[in-house]
Write a protein that binds this ligand. Sequence first.
Ligand code: HEC
Ligand code: HEC
Length: 157
Amino acid sequence: MPMRLLMALAAILLAGLPAVSQAGGKQVAPVADPLTQKVCGECHLAFPPGFLPARSWSALMADLSDHFGEEIVLPAGQAAQIEAYLVSHAGDAPGGGGLREFMRWVAPTGIPRRITENPAFLREHDFPDRVWRDPKVVTRSNCLACHPGASRGWFDD
Ligand code: HEC
Ligand code: HEC
């Protein structure tokens, strides 16, 4: 484990709270489309589309009636509009630039529905159970608990 990760983890354990400082680092383009931000930011962080390949966003948008146990009902046309935005800004979209590195997380034919199931995510977030059980965290999907800058695209240290 790289030193800075050990230090980040030590900070989490010492403070009893997960925390990531925002000094330096690289920005992941946040969701810039107002409709996607509104609909997909209602229950959790509107996840930056660069974290998943286009086929994942299409699969998620095709299955809104069973979205991790939730049903998402949208006015006609909105799902297609959101899908178009997510797909065109996906990690493997042409011109996706720096976000391409996140696609190494994804198996060549895989269609992951979770950012948090990717092995590299799990390696980067290999924290003891008690961190995940912290009432401020509860789930790996709760990026904002530890990355206060996540809605602006900051996940780095
Ligand atoms: C009604 C609430 C709700 C809305 C609205 C919603 N989601 Fe979710 N989403 C969830 C829940 C619940 C989970 C599972 C969280 C967990 O496992 O702790 C989830 C998980 C996800 C995940 C996987 C996160 C991970 O663990 O990596 C993605 C990706 C996702 N949602 C995308 C979207 C997109 C795209 C939209 C907009 C179309 C959206 N969500 C709108 C409730 C919602
Ligand atoms: C329990 C706290 C916690 C949660 C929840 C969490 N992270 Fe992290 N994450 C961390 C820590 C700590 C690091 C290491 C930061 C560092 O490199 O200093 C990290 C690192 C990262 C990195 C690598 C940054 C880099 O380039 O070094 C990314 C990307 C990331 N997280 C994305 C996410 C996303 C997306 C979510 C939600 C789906 C999430 N994280 C949820 C604590 C968390």
